[in-house]
Design a binder for this molecule. Structure first.
Ligand code: PLP
Length: 408
């Protein structure tokens, strides 16, 4: 691979014009869009209109005149198109953690003869934490159980009520086979919740086709909805009306503006709403999600695989001392690559100071996300050249790079 080859790849990239929809600072190679997506150029104007006109001038009338009230359903349906969900099965709302609680409580209700909530060790911790929380709050004794990922399918037995898995691992980027695992869980009588935080906007997802029961995911990673953007929840249509929500807030009521003393769950996905949606956050999320409405996810996935392959190939050729911590096979690797080094923290700080932004996950992982809408092949080339420089010059050994920040 020469620099000329890399430039040719960028010139032939069917997604090359999408980069112009994002505001990427001069001199920055941003390889952390899997943690906080970049700012779409259209977001500041949309937020400005939201704040000055819709909020400032139209005030409370905006719930109707600017259709604030339907934002969770409208944006939910748009996200649904990216994850293989037909209309009326996704709402944008709350955080991923809160939506996990809704999905876990709903699924355990639907499978009430069973008590074990099963997940894997080593996954993003909010998922097992929410399992623990639900177990604490439940009258029936729910038992959260985490097993090694290699033992998940063996553990599927008649006591398992719910299997919760993150489709793409937050550290290694390894991809579970959604179709196969869902099928095996159903065969064993369990319901399945998929956390799509690292999948939606990164790879094609087919929730309906895989007969998934529930799914949740983040708005601020690949979907570019802004820091702490609203998340989303998917509930298969066949389950919706059977669930009596545990987080039974007024926005999920059948008629919120009747102000009844008693809760009656709303129709379909409405009952999976809870309180008043954060409209400023919804506004930014919708801009991020809209960018994907014209993107073919198969085209995006092809580029995501190539970016990851190129990164692995270049690191192995140009840098020593690193060990690959992600699958080598692109088929089972999401849109991120992790490499291992005992001094990973300091090396990442040195990279960030030179404008190559990835992140560090304890104890020793340097993680790089490849967001195909705005990451170019040349960015991967330059990022690895910078990494090779830092290693060859030993610059990363400077003490200042070992000072730990609060957020890594
Ligand atoms: C990022 C991430 C979350 C984040 O949850 P929040 O409630 O938005 O903080 C949850 N699960 C997984 C797998 C994640 O990667």
């Amino acid at each position: 691979m020469t620099l000329e080859d890399i430039k040719a790849l960028d010139a032939a990239d069917p997604l090359r014009e999408k980069r112009d929809l994002f505001s990427i600072p001069e001199g920055v190679i941003y390889l952390d869009g899997n943690s906080l997506g970049a700012l779409p150029k259209a977001t500041p104007d949309a937020m400005n209109d939201m704040i000055h006109r819709q909020w400032g001038q139209d005030l409370i009338r905006s719930w109707n005149t600017n259709d604030w009230i339907n934002a969770p359903r409208r944006i939910g349906d748009k996200i649904g198109r990216l994850i293989g969900a037909t209309e009326g099965q996704v709402v944008a709302a709350d955080s991923t953690s809160v939506n996990l609680f809704k999905a876990l409580s709903a699924a355990s209700q639907l499978n009430s003869g069973r008590s074990v909530l099963l997940s894997e060790t080593g996954s993003f911790p909010t998922d097992p934490y929410m399992m623990e929380g639900l177990a604490t709050a439940s009258r029936v004794r729910l038992i959260p159980e985490l097993v090694d990922p290699s033992r998940i399918t063996d553990r599927l037995a008649p006591d398992i009520a719910v299997l919760l898995l993150t489709q793409i691992h937050y550290k290694s980027g390894e991809v579970w086979d959604m179709s196969e695992i869902t099928r095996r869980a159903h065969e064993a009588g369990a319901l399945v919740i998929w956390d799509l935080s690292h999948s939606a906007g990164a790879i094609p997802v087919e929730l309906d086709e895989c007969k998934v029961d529930f799914a949740v995911g983040c708005g601020y990673k690949y979907l570019n909805g802004g820091p702490g953007a609203p998340a989303y929840i998917y509930v298969a249509e066949r389950h919706q009306s059977k669930v009596r929500p545990v987080l039974s807030g007024w926005m999920g009521h059948a008629a919120p503006f009747d102000f009844d003393d008693r809760y009656t769950p709303g129709k379909g996905m409405d009952r999976f709403l809870c309180g008043t949606p954060g409209i400023l956050g919804m506004c930014a999320l919708e801009i991020g999600v809209d960018i994907f409405q014209t993107v073919d996810m198969r085209v995006l996935r092809k580029k995501s695989r190539q970016l990851g392959d190129l990164f692995i190939d270049l690191v192995e050729k140009k840098c020593t001392g690193f060990e690959l911590a992600s699958p080598r096979e692109a088929d089972i690797r999401g849109s991120q690559v992790a490499i291992r080094h005992p001094d990973g923290y300091a090396i990442m700080q040195a990279l960030i100071e030179r404008g190559v932004i990835g992140d560090f996950r304890a104890p020793d992982l340097l993680r790089f996300g490849f967001t195909p809408l705005y990451t170019r092949y040349i960015d991967v080339w330059q990022a690895v050249s910078t990494l090779a420089d830092i290693m060859n010059s030993n610059d990363w050994r400077d003490e200042k790079y070992s000072v730990q920040a609060e957020v890594t």
